[in-house]
Design a protein around this ligand. Sequence first.
Ligand code: NAP
Ligand code: 8YV
Length: 325
Amino acid sequence: MATAARPELLLIGPATQRMRDRMAADFTIHELFALEDADGFLAEHGASITAVATDGHYGVKPDIMAHLPNLRIISCYGVGYDNIDASACASRGVMVTHTPDVLNAEVANTALMLFLALSRRLLRDDAYVRAGRWASDGPAPLTRSAENRRVGILGLGRIGQEIARKLGAFNATIAYHSRRKKPDVPYRYYADLTEMARDVDTLICITPGGAATRHLVSRAVIDALGPDGTLINVGRGTVVDEAALVTALEEGRLGNAGLDVFEDEPNVPSPLMAMENVILLPHVGSATVETRQAMGDLVTDNLHRFITDGTVISPVPECRDLAQA
Ligand code: NAP
Ligand code: 8YV
């Protein structure tokens, strides 16, 4: 009896061993970045690929999509999918899934970690001790309390609401800006982001990336936050006008910044490297063993369900109709 051919999956970007093992149970895996001649492979074998596993950083670029005429599903290892054209996929009948909710707490913790570390000058004081300055110069200068702060959240979605909830432990007064006012939240809504920035001392960005949010945090927003203000970005680098941010920090028009994401990752503007009032992270908002396992399991569960019965667990909004079809 002839055995059915195994479906073929293109793996773009990183995957843990557990993800690879789980995907290998269902698919023949072709790892794009391990291929000697990726262009040649896509030209010759692209039509045999029915599934892609990728992440929010690499996504699936249009030139790769063009080589995958029989693609049926893209499973994204991340909640943000700004490098996947999900609307184009939906109209081609290609399902796109992502990993919402399982990373909310971790990314919120990263925002809180930046908030606390900037307020209490964690890195400066650690360096103070290591340099022997405690013994030579005496007590370190005072810092600012993380209690009772006015915090504005740009993007009060799944992660933004978790950040707001956790900030409750520090008696923060929360405001938020998004396109629409949320019906059931106890926080003040600002339809105007600049106005909110003027009224808070800390602005936390946690919106998706892409054209609609590009440079929402403009020079005007940064100036409204002001010389005592703190900007924390755990959303996407493109949401902040990075050149305007660097200039504002250099000129003392903004107080502090905590950045997990950048416009051109992994490249970080060099002036930021020398600034003591800035904390830089290499896009690690969700990067713990526990959370990456939960995200990886969701990536592979979506793929497994799709090839088993055609359903998925977590389609992106653009593909929800496909999921019900
Ligand atoms: P979500 O639940 O979809 O929330 C997104 C929020 O952003 C919503 O409140 C939405 O409200 C608002 N928003 C969307 N477009 C906007 C616009 N043009 N102007 C103003 N507000 C806008 O998403 P989530 O699960 O919280 O994730 C948010 C993002 O965080 C992801 O897309 C990803 O880019 C980023 N992220 C980063 C990391 C990291 O490692 N640093 C990890 C996970 C996620 P409205 O629709 O009402 O505007
Ligand atoms: C991942 C993220 O680091 O979920 C997201 O949107 O930015 C992060 O959790 C990213 O998807 C790369 O794997």
